[in-house]
Design a protein around this ligand. Sequence first.
Ligand code: NI
Length: 392
Amino acid sequence: MPDYRAAAEAQREELQARRRDFHQHPELSFQEIRTAGIVAEELQALGMEVQTGVGKTGVVAILEGAQDGPTVLVRADMDALPIQEETAAEYASLHDGVMHACGHDGHTTIALGVAKLLSEHRDRLRGRVKFVFQPAEELGAGAQAMCEDGVLEDPRPDVTLGLHLWNTMPVGTIGIATGPTFAAVSIFEITVTGRGGHGALPHETRDPIVAAAQLVGALQSICSRDVPAADQAVLSVTSFNAGTAYNIIPPAAKLTGTMRNFSPKIRDLITRRFYEICAGIGSAMACKVDAKMTHLTDPVVNDAATTERVRTAIQRAAPSVILDEDERTMGGEDVGLFMTDIPGTYFLVGSANEERGLNFGHHHPRFDFDEECLPIGVTTLAAAVGEFLLPD
Ligand code: NI
């Protein structure tokens, strides 16, 4: 077994420099031109066969081992967010209104580090690693685009592995649960149409605000009263728009929101109740209710046997990290598409450091992480891949 930790430690400065460079030059979903260019160049320099423009701006590279064996897909996402950075970091974003506020700069850096580490063991590698640098995770669209471009074929992966930096967990902790770890994501839009009129004469109107307000309340009863308490689900109304003036009842109101869960059964239950409640309140309040629920991504489900092997590999390679086998989130991740019919493990790498103020949540303008997580990420992800491809 290679000394993964020593090899990752040797990359420490390079990892930090690379991450800071990506952080200063964030690119939005499907615009990861510079990032993809650096990734492709690095992988080519390591002697890999590189394919660019997969799923618009994605990069795929194969590290072919000297001996035959399985194919392990390693996935990293590359995109940033439309957020104005508010950290005072010396490596803060140079692009107004665009920021790496989810840690994907770290993911790309770590996967490049893993590619470098494993390419040094190519002569002993039994099988191959398919490195997948994905665009547009934040839109929930990049994995789909890459799948449409055939990323899961030729060769088809036998195992999918990946990681996400996690700022609600201290650096030095790894979250690695069996089963669902990221939730299925749905979004919804509701338009309530009534009849507008004078605020002083509501009896001459059909007030869409009153109907929409009842919808907000009633939709909350789905998770508290329809979903079994042992199942996890979230439904949030996140925007409510109606009206223009203090004395006008508007003709319509619009609501949008999101719904999260871990299983198709619960997703179907919530969806059914969502439409029933929309129709019921529409008819009770004599307003027209147009509702639409759209399912965006499936849950990320960690395969039990694969995950057990990854845990063991991580413990051997990095005995000092703490494994948290319960960490899961209602957040969404489209890596699940690479794990639908392929066993996989997607784990969380703690990246917070409260003492240094590096514990703002993902997608916060002050999000930043403890770069100590970079060598830890390289060690653990490389060891996870090695578990399947590098014999002792
Ligand atoms: Ni993310």
